[in-house]
Ligand binder design. Structure first.
Ligand SMILES: NC(=O)c1ccc[n+]([C@@H]2O[C@H](COP(=O)([O-])OP(=O)(O)OC[C@H]3O[C@@H](n4cnc5c(N)ncnc54)[C@H](O)[C@@H]3O)[C@@H](O)[C@H]2O)c1
Length: 252
């Protein structure tokens, strides 16, 4: 049990990578609070939780400051601590910069960047009070290298990368470890929907698989294990890093 006696919050935990993280953390003994806006998806996360898991769900929109602040404070009060926050909720837009609608840009930034900012801001307050904690932000390889047709998304993930580094500098002395994960293409429901919506889904799936040197997409569980490593005490010396889990996408 790598997370026994730890309390963790995972955002975007109704689907894909966030759901896998919430389930893995719960199976490693953590008391997990799964946040999302998708109530039906949260019920699915609950249903998939292993027998005896301590997993609670709550509808929380990461773009809303009062919701994020109140939900994190509730967790700290109820559980006595907030040891780990995984800011995972995110959305995507497939477009070049000139094709990106201003409202779509704002909507994406609200979830992917403001949402991470709000989670960090209100978790840091709690973690400072209790003398430390761990924050894991979900970035992407798209925040490090250019990915075709993902202008707003790449910008948001580069922002998450930068925020992670800045926070690592600011909060080391508070005992708060801050890292981010940069996945390559991961076969989550989100990617499944993108593929299904294409005129030739098989060809799109193959091209998405081929982006990785390993010739396949990652699984949500593989990303969850990276989050588990960053959350557990064995990674106590890992701080301010961007852990790339991408099947070799950025190796060349
Ligand atoms: N799948 C990939 O290839 C990939 C690659 C790199 C990074 N990522 C990142 O991983 C994270 C998870 O992606 P996924 O592939 O599992 O996607 P997903 O769509 O399966 O899951 C994302 C979850 O975030 C939730 N969400 C959206 N807006 C929200 C809001 N305002 N408040 C709370 N929850 C909200 C959704 O309801 C959904 O449950 C995202 O940040 C994504 O950018 C994914």
């Amino acid at each position: 049990m790598k997370l026994a006696n730890k309390t963790a919050v995972v955002t975007g935990a109704a689907s894909g990578i966030g759901q896998a993280i919430a389930l893995l953390f719960a199976s490693e003994g953590a008391t997990v609070y799964a946040f999302d806006i998708d109530e039906a998806g949260l019920k699915e996360t609950e249903a998939k939780a292993p027998y005896g898991a301590k997993l609670t769900t709550a509808v929380v929109d990461v773009t809303q400051a009062d919701q994020v602040r109140d939900a994190l404070e509730r967790v700290a009060q109820e559980a006595g601590r907030l040891d780990i926050l995984v800011n995972n909720a995110g959305i995507g837009i497939a477009a070049t910069v000139d094709e990106t609608d201003e409202d779509d840009w704002d909507r994406l930034m609200a979830v992917n960047l403001r949402g991470v900012f709000l989670g960090c801001k209100y978790a840091v307050r709690i973690m400072k009070r209790q003398g430390g904690g761990v924050i894991i932000n979900m970035a992407s390889v798209a925040g490090i290298v250019g990915v075709k047709n993902r202008a707003a998304y790449s910008a948001s993930k580069a922002g998450v990368y930068g925020l992670t580094k800045a926070m690592a500098v600011d909060h080391a002395a508070d005992g708060i470890r801050v890292n981010c994960i940069c996945p390559g293409t991961v076969d989550s429901p989100w990617i499944g929907k993108i593929i299904a919506g294409q005129p030739d889904p098989d060809a799109v799936r193959k091209s998405m698989e081929a982006r990785q040197l390993l010739g396949r997409m990652g699984t949500p569980e593989e990303i969850a294990h990276a989050a588990l490593y960053l959350a557990q005490d064995e990674s106590a010396f890992v701080h301010g890093t961007a852990l790339i889990i991408d099947g070799g996408l950025t190796a060349q």
